[in-house]
Design a binder for this molecule. Structure first.
Ligand code: DGY
Length: 323
């Protein structure tokens, strides 16, 4: 008998045939998010689930899915999944790193440039019909070229951001729990420093760590106070990495110059205070939102789901100890 797989939300169409070749697919072809009760009901007899970062896969939901063997997330971040509970139940959790690295690094740089050069503000100004003439001090922003970029988290995406920074003639500092191979550091011209030094020295601080208990509110009051008043914070990682209340206060009090945010603490809610600030660029979690990338992410998740259910090794297991 073929294993049963739940696909929780709308995906790129090519995803479904990959699953159907080996599994019976229960496809919720809608953008609506299943709440925990409905998710539990649909998972009752499922052997696999292809899910998204909006799906709450907490311990209680996993307990209600006694046959579940694999959770395949269409994203790198898995903070919506209780990985410890999955591991305890010997459920393999897979994710989709690699294919979205360059797209996310591009978006990080787009945010950095947008906030430094006040691009959304300038566009709003033009569309509002306020442009009268060229003026020497009209909508002037901050330099990017030659400035210091501090990268917090030097995995695939952090390193891809460092590569872009080199093209902008930036000095690159980074902090990471472990040092990458020496040739990576020299190749990228990046210097590993402690977080407090990175915060003090950087003109732009860009976050690229996963959301875990260790990184929760990694950037809070103390860290924001350590930053230069002229510095910008860029977050394309996860909202929970930043204490959002502390960030709002820092922006309102001018402790830092601005922020570029693609992620928020309670998505899709964006605090009214952030919406009211002119020196903040806000995006709706679109770091990897490139058509080719998103369809690759869907296919990768489907293939890894099939791999586990057919006794093969998946490409990207988050908890390989279960295999
Ligand atoms: C991820 O992969 O975790 C991003 O946030 C969505 O692409």
């Amino acid at each position: 008998m073929k294993p049963r797989v739940l696909v929780t939300r709308h995906v790129y169409p090519a995803t479904i045939p990959i699953l159907q070749e080996h599994c019976v697919v229960d496809y919720q072809d809608s953008h609506e998010v299943l709440d925990e009760a409905r998710l539990q009901k649909r998972l009752q007899h499922a052997h696999g689930v292809v899910c998204q970062l909006t799906d709450p896969l907490h311990a209680a939901t996993l307990a209600a899915a006694p046959q579940l063997r694999v959770i395949s997330q269409i994203a790198v971040g898995v903070d919506n999944i209780d990985v410890a509970a999955a591991t305890a139940r010997r459920i393999v959790v897979t994710n989709t790193p690699g294919v979205l690295t360059e797209a996310t690094a591009d978006l990080t740089f787009a945010l950095l440039l947008a906030v430094a050069r006040r691009l959304p503000e300038a566009e709003r100004f033009l569309r509002a019909g306020l442009w009268r003439r060229w003026e020497v001090d009209l909508l002037c922003g901050a330099d990017v070229h030659g400035r210091t970029l501090g990268i917090v988290g030097f995995g695939r995406i952090g390193q891809a951001v460092a590569r872009r920074a080199r093209g902008f003639g930036m000095r690159v500092l980074y902090c990471n729990r472990s040092a990458p191979p020496a040739d990576v550091e020299t190749g990228l011209g990046a210097l590993r420093v402690p977080l407090d030094l990175l915060l003090r020295e950087s003109d732009f601080v860009s976050l690229h760590v996963p959301s875990t208990a260790d990184t929760h509110h990694l950037i809070g009051v103390e860290q924001l106070c350590a930053m230069k008043r002229s510095a910008f914070l860029i977050n394309t990682a996860r909202g929970a990495v930043v204490d959002e209340r502390a960030l709002i206060a820092a922006l309102e009090e001018g402790l830092i110059a601005g922020a570029g945010l693609d992620v928020f603490a309670a998505e899709p809610q964006v605090p009214a205070e952030l919406l009211a600030l002119p020196n903040v660029v806000l995006l709706p979690h679109v770091g990897s939102a490139v058509t080719s990338v998103r369809s690759l992410m869907c296919a990768l998740a489907a293939r890894d789901c099939v791999a586990v259910l057919t006794g093969e090794r998946p490409h990207h297991a988050v908890n390989p100890e279960v295999l």
